[in-house]
Write a protein that binds this ligand. Structure first.
Ligand code: KIV
Ligand code: ZN
Length: 394
């Protein structure tokens, strides 16, 4: 089996449909530019039946990126599939992503339909989509709470009907890595090499990324993910995290994807500017604190050798630099370095002790000191700059 993993980005669809994340067409175009530039394999540009705006956004992404593989979502019903087909009309690399729920819970409470009825609708949906495009992805919504023999049967039928990608969504984020891997292995066995198996995980238990990685070991070769991990409820699998895992832990996760990881941070920032929130500060890879060190022991180790406390360089994921945060946990080494960066020269031992004591008194009562706070402190102690300040990344 190939070690190539396809990255299917759903920032503009699952991500966009979550609270605080709706985007206008120009905003979607801005994010799409970053996705294309970093090299994602497929961009799910929207759910065209959802609104006129979503339809227009898919059309606009098609116009601006004629060479990209672009997907549009559709329920397995003619009206959705026809709208998705229209939104992709004329595009060179269109994919219709057709889904229907398969779990007993959804069948009973959402549809009031039998398994056979749903299987038939799945097949009809895929067949109809194939009349418009060659590339059809089928998703069994709530697959992970679907009885496994039935799930395999639906997936096989979707492949027989013409789907070339079969997606097994953990729609409600219920999976653990071992459980998900077992289910994926069963579907891989059923479908064989007739279709690519895709995974789509939600983070309700904080396991979306771990589950997607476990699924690769079980034979999945497409990961559906979103920038900053945005998506329904607790979000989707985070794109930047899966890419970084494949880069940093090649020994344990020996798969390749075509993403240029140095573009991750800029894409994350652009998305944050288009929606109402950014990644939480301690978010892996792209959060404000992902490369920030405050504890004195860590700062000291970091200044001796970066690898003591960092497993990847900030520039490998496009982050401008590491930061040593000056707060009550910081040590002398970091303060010494910052004073120098602020243009006050290389303080001698006694001067450094004076500054450090004044600094810790202030830091004890604050959440951290900014560069301006340090300058005020140095001035108050009678120190004067001897040179220009330089940027204070570590
Ligand atoms: O979570 C989910 O099941 C989905 C499908 C539409 C793929 O987003
Ligand atoms: Zn989803």
């Amino acid at each position: 089996m190939s070690d190539q993993v396809h990255i299917f980005d759903t920032t503009l669809r699952d991500g966009e449909q979550s609270p605080g994340c709706s985007m206008t067409t120009p905003e979607k175009l801005r994010v799409a530019r970053h996705l294309v530039e970093m090299g994602v394999d497929v961009i799910e540009a929207g759910f065209p039946i959802a609104s006129e705006g979503d339809f227009e956004a898919v059309r606009a992404v098609c116009r601006e990126h004629p060479g990209a593989y672009l997907a549009a979502l559709a329920r397995a019903v003619p009206i959705d599939i026809e709208r998705a087909a229209q939104s992709l009309d004329g595009h060179a690399r269109p994919r219709i992503h057709c889904f229907i729920a398969t779990s007993e819970i959804h069948l009973r409470y959402k549809f009031n339909k039998s398994q056979e009825q749903v299987l038939e609708e799945a097949v009809e949906g895929v067949e109809l989509a194939r009349r418009y495009v060659d590339d059809v992805e089928f998703s069994a919504e709530d697959a992970t709470r679907t009885e496994i023999d039935y799930l395999c049967r639906v997936c096989e039928a979707a492949v027989d009907a013409g789907a070339s990608v079969v997606n097994i969504p953990d729609t409600v984020g219920f999976m653990t890595p071992d459980d998900y891997a077992e289910k994926i292995a069963r579907v891989v066995e059923a479908v064989g090499d007739r279709a690519e198996i895709s995974v789509h995980t939600h983070d309700d238990l904080g396991l979306a990324v771990a589950n997607s990685i476990a699924a690769l070991h079980a034979g999945a070769r497409q990961i559906e993910c979103a920038l900053n991990g945005i998506g329904e409820r607790a979000g989707n699998c985070s794109l930047e995290e899966v890419v970084a895992i494949m880069m940093v832990r090649r020994d344990r996760v020996p798969y390749h994807c075509g993403i240029d990881a140095t573009k991750l941070y800029a894409a994350s920032q652009a998305l944050s500017e288009c929606i109402t929130f950014g990644p939480q500060p301690n978010k892996a890879i792209v959060g404000r604190n992902a490369f920030a060190h405050e504890a004195g022991i860590h700062q000291d180790g970091y200044l001796k050798h970066r690898t003591t406390y960092e497993i990847m360089t900030p520039d490998s994921v496009g982050v401008p630099g590491s930061q040593l945060i000056l707060g009550k946990h910081s040590g002398r080494h970091a303060l010494h370095q910052r004073v120098e960066q602020l243009g006050y020269g290389d303080l001698g031992r006694d001067d450094l002790r004076t500054v450090y004591e004044a600094f810790t008194r202030q830091a004890d009562t604050r959440k951290g000191l900014t560069d301006d706070d340090i300058v005020v402190l140095l001035d108050s102690l009678g120190f004067e700059p001897v040179g220009e300040a330089v940027a204070s990344t570590a």
